[in-house]
Design a protein around this ligand. Structure first.
Ligand code: TYC
Length: 101
């Protein structure tokens, strides 16, 4: 046993803080073709075909699905890139972001 008495106030706290993470959420709609959703998920979020299909199906069945989490700026950039791909093809496909609990 050590004889050195370390007072609580002298114990160093870690000084690095992780940035808060934000979810990118895929919303279901009645018009965007399923295959188009899969293509967008693969292109913007670099998922496999199987992952993209699973995410698309969850959003289709439940109304929404978390795609991935990133720092706020990356989440917002990816959500608007993916939403823009849909708009440019004439689809109402929508991705939103929200802070992680
Ligand atoms: N519900 C769409 C259809 O039946 C497919 C779809 C799935 C659209 C998921 C958006 O986030 C979505 N064609």
């Amino acid at each position: 046993m050590s004889d050195i008495d370390v007072k609580p106030e002298t114990i160093a706290k870690p000084k690095t803080k992780q940035p808060p993470l934000h979810k990118v959420i895929l919303l279901n709609d009645d018009y965007t073709p399923r295959e188009f959703v899969v293509v967008v998920l693969r292109a913007v979020f670099h998922t496999t075909d199987e992952q993209a299909y699973g995410i698309m199906l969850t959003a289709h069945q439940r109304g929404a699905c978390v795609v991935a989490v990133f720092t706020r700026e990356i989440a917002e950039t990816k959500a608007s890139e993916a939403t823009d791909l849909g708009r440019r093809a004439g689809h109402p496909l929508t991705f939103t972001t929200e802070p992680e609990e």
